[in-house]
Design a protein. Structure first.
Length: 139
């Protein structure tokens, strides 16, 4: 196996992982939202959890897919044309990431601490967990 073929397989592996993260993130978000809705009967809370958790999975998946594109461009076909295409792809995905973070967090990224997609997903779960008084049925 040549170096180029090996690096192409590595890039494909990154793309596969990115797709798996996206699919598992969606499935997990749906299950967590359903459980939250069933426990709290609060559709708004369930929707916020679904949106926040899936948004975090989407951000993480975008980061992995950018890594795949970078690997493919740098190691497989390092031409000026491919570098230009990579720059456009990274620019679009960066814009999508910023838009998703603003949508999920409600604040521009430079106004808060740096967070990854996994952190956003974890915080969404923490916000959706019922408080002690909600579990006990007390106000």
């Amino acid at each position: 196996m040549t170096y180029t073929a090996f690096m192409e397989h590595c890039a494909q592996a990154f793309e596969f992982v990115g797709a798996v993260v996206l699919a598992v993130g969606l499935a997990t978000a749906l299950v967590l939202a359903a459980v939250t809705w069933r426990r709290t009967s609060d559709g708004g809370k369930a929707f916020r959890l679904l949106r926040g958790f899936f948004g975090g999975a989407l951000l993480l998946s975008l980061e992995i897919l950018v890594a795949a594109d970078l690997l493919r461009t740098v190691a497989v076909s390092p031409t000026l044309e491919e570098a230009g295409v990579l720059a456009i792809i990274v620019l679009i995905r960066t814009f999508l990431s910023f838009s998703l973070e603003i949508e999920i967090e409600g604040v521009v990224p430079w106004r808060r601490a740096t967070m990854s997609g996994a952190t956003v997903a974890r915080q969404s779960i923490a916000r959706a967990k019922p408080q002690n008084h909600e579990r006990d049925g007390r106000p």
